[in-house]
Design a binder for this molecule. Structure first.
Ligand code: GH3
Ligand code: MG
Ligand code: MG
Ligand code: MG
Ligand code: MG
Length: 324
């Protein structure tokens, strides 16, 4: 029992290695034009071994540097040549997806400038000359909360990913497919645009499973998902409808174009040499597809049913087949 608990701990909560944590480098960019202040801030911050400090003397160089490197913290002066600290931070926010926390360190004690700094998102405002202990404490606390926020953000993204994707194949799941399709149906019906749907189902997959086992069956499903992804365009959405059935939603696509894509999936599947397919009755693992075009008054279920009927017809006509 103890062993099991230890294993669970290892698997689910990776405890950070103390040494590893210590060695993690924190990168700080200082934007400051005064050489005396540059030296002073650098000396203060470099006291922490893990802080790697880089100094830039103006906004243009700072933004260039921010574009090409990832920083954990930015220290900004207010008065700088070309553009002031607030402007630099505004530009930085525009060019970056992730915003590093920022401290303004300046001789400018004007309350309007302070307020504006906070308004644009700068986290701290300190008046020169700064005290070393206070600076280090503020830096430490800012880094801590930004790290916490980053890890929350990562957890949030993971949770979203889990909710919309099928874990086995990495394609979207049935729930998301229906949500996405509903939105696409509404927007296509509003602007009278084309919308097509492909339903796919592996042929005689029960037989493939029976002769190769479920583990190999799962591998074949993953491979099929990969073939589908590689056969569609980036504007198409592929989902695992369930079991060995897949769907592809094709916005702004005519039924002729959708047929062409469905046939490409069919051909790529037929041509792929799945492990163990030679042991099956047919000797080749293949897929069938039904293609449907959205009609004016279609509900989600009308649309799905039409694609399903076409798929059924493709099966009836001998499988390894596309029907519209
Ligand atoms: P058809 O050509 O008419 O589609 O025949 P089929 O054998 O593919 O259809 P049927 O619906 O009879 O069987 C589907 C099989 O797919 C049965 C089931 O075991 C298998 N299957 C469904 N989901 C999974 C899965 O997640 N993993 C594996 N390994 N097999 C699955
Ligand atoms: Mg200055
Ligand atoms: Mg099926
Ligand atoms: Mg099947
Ligand atoms: Mg094949």
């Amino acid at each position: 029992l103890k062993k099991r608990d230890e294993l669970a701990k290892k698997l689910f909560c990776k405890i950070p290695d103390k040494q590893e944590e210590h060695q993690e480098i924190i990168r700080i960019l200082i934007v400051e034009d005064d050489p005396v202040d540059q030296e002073r801030l650098k000396t203060f911050l470099s006291e922490q071994e893990k802080y790697e400090v880089i100094i830039k003397g103006n906004g243009r160089e700072a933004l260039e540097c921010l574009k090409n490197n990832k920083f954990d913290l930015i220290v900004l002066d207010f008065f700088l040549p070309e553009m002031d600290g607030i402007e630099i931070y505004k530009h930085f926010k525009k060019q970056q997806e992730y915003i590093a926390p920022a401290i303004m360190i300046t001789a400018n004690n004007d309350s309007r400038n302070k307020a504006e700094s906070f308004e644009v998102g700068i986290d701290e405002y300190m008046i020169k000359p700064v005290d070393k202990l206070e600076l280090l404490a503020r830096v430490k606390s800012l880094l801590k909360s930004s790290q916490r926020q980053r890890s929350l953000w990562a957890d949030y993204n993971k949770a979203i990913e889990k909710a919309v994707k099928d874990t086995m194949t990495g394609l979207y799941n049935n729930t998301y497919l229906k949500e996405y399709l509903t939105k696409e149906i509404i927007s296509s019906q509003n602007d009278k645009g084309a919308l097509t749907l492909i339903m796919l189902d592996l042929d005689d997959f029960k037989n493939y499973n029976d002769v190769n086992g479920h583990v190999q069956g799962d591998e074949a499903l993953k491979k099929t998902a990969e073939i589908i992804k590689n056969s569609i365009r980036s504007s198409d959405l592929a989902a695992r409808y369930g079991g060995e059935e897949f769907s592809v939603v094709l916005p702004s696509t005519t039924i002729e174009e959708a047929y062409y894509i469905a046939n490409r999936i069919r051909k790529n599947t037929a041509d792929y040499n799945f492990t163990g397919q030679e042991k099956t009755k047919k000797g080749n693992l293949t897929i069938s597809a039904g293609v449907a075009e959205l009609k004016e008054d279609d509900s989600l279920y009308d649309f799905l049913e039409r694609a399903d009927k076409a798929l059924y017809e493709a099966k009836r006509r001998g499988k390894n087949n596309v029907f519209l």
